[in-house]
Design a protein around this ligand. Structure first.
Ligand code: UDX
Length: 430
């Protein structure tokens, strides 16, 4: 069977390669010609561990190709996955223009039955809208199905998550379409859940909003922990043993970022408001997340006093380890605030590069942690890259002008750092 994947960003490329590995003939399409030609040459336009090996293998086997003219592919593909972006608009709602462009193009070029599988994260009710847009674009009345099949891939773990999903959600009112989607994932061992399209759309938002809630809950509790001299890390361990709570997503820090959580939580809030519902708890989740890096900065200033002309080493740019993605990265928010207050910044990240918009005379990206730290007045850890924990911190203490470490991800062992002579602060471990 031929499958077309529309939109070869991080979700589309991972999905296309998963489907190729499962034995289907896959075509990846994107309007971004440079992305298409990079992928066709075997180069990933983003960093995702393990995905480049899959890309090389599938290109070599001839199971996958990338194109920027989809018309032929639409005609020759029985199934079309929609994986285009749905960025946030100013009011928090998801911008559906890329979805609309993609499905209008499909509607106007289809000549026989098509099964559309929606992977993009979209507001509740989008499956209905897409059905209407396709029907409007068709030149003659042809049958089609639109199935909601949300993705739950984590950046940095996308390959593992694609092959070992916790569940596969199939949102459709057609049992034939549900069966067909299930058959596409034939060798994937996973629970399958068939729901209505709207339920599937909400499941995606509800999952991300719930995880964001866990994080903000721990972050708010961390502020209390600082006041009462209790370790949030120990509290997380203590509650995590309760199977009803679970151990994951209890790590306090400077807040969640990335391309999903901030966007999806805002989109869910927008959907609720639109339907006259008030998700007050989720509003507080956003508020904690948006103020957490400021809280962290206050702790830094409490110790350093003025930041003007202080040399600050910022370790980690990416919104989390294992990716070069800077979308909604807390590091950029902190850097911009530190610059406003007159700091001189040296940044390090193993993979991510400082964006052009953040480049200025007072920020310098260096190649090693040692270069960042030499002569600095403080180190700030923004991303918990495991290599930072393995650095020779016992020796760095001599190299700093003022040995202070502010750990925004509770990565390092505070007791050990203090024993080596650092002023050490970890969020909720003050
Ligand atoms: C998330 C969802 O996990 C995934 O299922 C969905 O499809 C896309 O969004 P991702 O954004 O790649 O994936 O990263 P994730 O690992 O979920 O982390 C999101 C953010 O939360 C990161 O900024 C991370 O640093 C932060 N986080 C995570 C915490 O602050 N504490 C935690 O305990 C866990």
């Amino acid at each position: 069977m031929n499958i077309l994947v529309v939109g070869v960003g991080y979700v589309g490329t991972t999905t296309a390669l998963l489907l190729a590995e499962l034995g289907w003939k896959v075509t990846g399409f994107d309007t971004d010609k440079s992305k298409v030609s990079a992928l066709a040459r075997g180069t990933l336009p983003f960093y995702e561990p393990g995905l480049d090996q899959l890309l090389h293998a599938q290109l070599q086997k001839g199971n996958i190709r990338f194109i920027s003219d989809p018309l032929q592919a639409i005609q020759h593909s029985q199934v079309i996955f929609i994986c285009v972006g749905t960025p946030s608009q100013d009011d928090g709602s998801a911008d559906l223009q890329y979805i609309r462009n993609a499905v209008t193009m499909i509607g106007s070029h289809m000549q026989e039955y098509k099964l559309l599988v929606m992977k993009s994260t979209v507001p509740v009710g989008t499956q209905k809208l897409v059905t209407k847009w396709i029907a409007e674009a068709q030149k003659s009345l042809l049958p089609f199905d639109v199935v909601s099949n949300p993705e739950f891939l984590r950046e940095g773990n996308a390959v593992y998550d694609a092959f070992h999903p916790d569940r596969i959600v199939i949102g459709t009112n057609s049992s034939a379409a549900a069966q067909q989607v299930r058959m596409l994932y034939r060798d994937i061992d996973s629970p399958y859940l068939v729901t209505t399209p709207a339920t599937a759309e909400l499941i995606k938002y509800a999952a991300n909003a719930f995880l964001a809630t866990k994080i903000s809950y721990m972050n708010e509790l961390a502020r209390l922990c600082d006041q009462i001299h209790v370790s949030i890390t120990d509290v997380a361990a203590g509650i995590g043993y309760d199977a009803r709570i679970g151990k994951s997503f209890l790590q306090a820090g400077i807040g969640y970022g990335g391309s999903c959580f901030p966007k999806d939580v805002n989109s869910l809030l927008h959907i609720a408001t639109h339907h006259g519902s008030n998700l007050g708890l989720l509003q507080q989740v956003v508020h904690v997340n948006e103020t957490q890096h400021q809280y962290f900065l206050e702790q830094i200033k409490e110790h350093l006093g003025s930041i003007d002309k202080k040399v600050i080493a910022v370790l980690g740019l990416a919104f989390k380890p294992g990716t070069d993605d800077l979308r909604e990265a807390k590091s950029l928010k902190l850097i911009s605030q530190l610059l406003k207050e007159g700091a001189l910044i040296r940044v390090h990240d193993p993979v991510a590069r400082l964006p052009d918009s953040s480049r200025q005379a007072d920020v310098q990206q260096v190649k090693s942690v040692k270069d960042a730290i030499a002569g600095a007045d403080a180190v700030i850890i923004c991303t918990e890259w495991p290599e930072y924990a393995a650095e020779a911190w016992q020796h760095f203490v001599q190299e700093m002008r003022h040995a202070a470490v502010f750990d925004g991800r509770n990565l390092l062992d505070g007791t050990q750092m203090r024993a080596w002579g650092y002023h050490y602060y970890g969020i909720g471990n003050g």
